[in-house]
Design a protein around this ligand. Structure first.
Ligand SMILES: NC(=O)c1ccc[n+]([C@@H]2O[C@H](COP(=O)([O-])OP(=O)(O)OC[C@H]3O[C@@H](n4cnc5c(N)ncnc54)[C@H](O)[C@@H]3O)[C@@H](O)[C@H]2O)c1
Length: 310
């Protein structure tokens, strides 16, 4: 978006994310503000005079909500309400925000936008609340809010996420560090893996489109098993891994995840471009470059082995 001429202000509390992985020339063109989305005064000040808002700040992993439900739900709901209210008071009318594919849990795949949403856990429930609040602010105050439901987003340089990173990163980090990946279950579970650059593009498209408040899947429409993802990492590195299969330690766990991408393609004009094989190649390359700076990569996945029963 910087390359496309946008003037960007970023608000982040740096709990997880960091700007250290952005190219320096890009980072220099962003106005970085450190703060929390629950700080309404700060948010209101930052939103003033802007053309639109992209809202991503929330715990990204289901496990974070399990570990700290109060913080998880508070960031997701109060932070989002602050965004809506700051926009209303400052007359900013265009919002794109991250919901999640987890809202579909309990439905058969592929997930389609019109399906009944009855979230079985706090993460999905909080995001569903975001969608409902967005519709209310849209009807009452004319804010156009596009809710994107990303599937399994992965990408290069998500090192600061540690054990919460996408499994493709965890598999690549393990392999580059010459350790064996830990896999919950038998490896036959699937995800609709979408590369971060594609997911980012979906947010930009949604910001630029003149659409009424609605939700879109952000996926590829392709299912990949964990075993297949590990095989791609092996091929990329020319190694043979012996994954350690452990029992799934949590009660609510998606065994299949697949997006129906029809609405995103037809209405938003968005289609993912990066194959999983190409994405895995980029993650492996980035991991090789970063290996020296992040010696803890090999142990990030140990988190999954030692997770207490929920
Ligand atoms: N990664 C995925 O596969 C995925 C899938 C579905 C939905 N999502 C949603 O997309 C969004 C972005 O996910 P991500 O994977 O990029 O996560 P991320 O953790 O990489 O990014 C979230 C950012 O928000 C910041 N943040 C967290 N709480 C904050 C707060 N209270 N105030 C200010 N900043 C705060 C973090 O420091 C981090 O930089 C999240 O809302 C997540 O729920 C992600």
């Amino acid at each position: 978006m910087v390359a496309d001429g946008y003037e960007i202000t970023s608000l982040d509390n740096y709990k997880i994310g960091g700007k250290e992985f952005l190219p320096v020339d890009v980072a220099q063109q962003v106005n970085w503000v450190e703060g929390d989305s629950r700080d309404f005064g700060l948010l209101s000040e930052l939103v003033r005079g802007k053309d639109g808002v992209i809202h991503l700040a929330a715990p990204s992993s289901f496990l974070m909500y399990e570990e700290d439900p109060i913080d998880g739900a508070s960031v997701t709901t109060q932070g989002f309400l602050n965004v809506l209210e700051a926009m209303r008071r400052n007359d900013v009318r265009k919002l794109v925000y991250a919901s999640t594919s987890a809202v579909y849990e309990g439905n058969p795949v592929p997930y389609v936008e019109g399906m009944t949403i009855d979230p079985p856990d706090l993460k999905a429930l909080s995001k569903k609340w975001n969608e409902d609040a967005a519709h209310q602010y849209s009807t009452r105050y004319g804010i156009k809010a596009i809710g994107l439901r990303p599937f399994s987003v992965y990408g290069h340089d998500e090192f600061s996420k540690g054990g919460y990173a996408n499994v493709i990163s965890l598999f690549a980090w393990a392999a580059v560090s010459k350790t064996n990946p830990v896999v919950w279950g038998d490896g036959q579970q699937t995800r609709d893996f979408i590369y971060v650059d594609d997911a980012g593009l979906a947010f930009q498209r949604a910001l630029e489109a003149d659409l009424d408040t609605q939700e879109f899947n952000v996926g590829t429409g392709i299912e990949t098993t964990f075993t297949e993802a590990i095989a791609m990492v092996e091929q990329e590195l020319g190694v043979s891994l012996a994954p350690k299969f452990v029992d799934v330690p949590i009660a609510i766990y998606a065994h299949r995840l697949l997006a129906d991408t029809t609405r995103a393609e037809n209405v938003l004009g968005f289609r993912a471009r990066t194959s999983v094989r190409e994405g895995v190649r980029r993650v492996v390359e980035a991991t090789k470059r970063a290996q020296r700076d992040w010696p803890e990569l090999a142990t990030a996945q140990m988190y999954f082995e030692t997770l207490p029963q929920h």
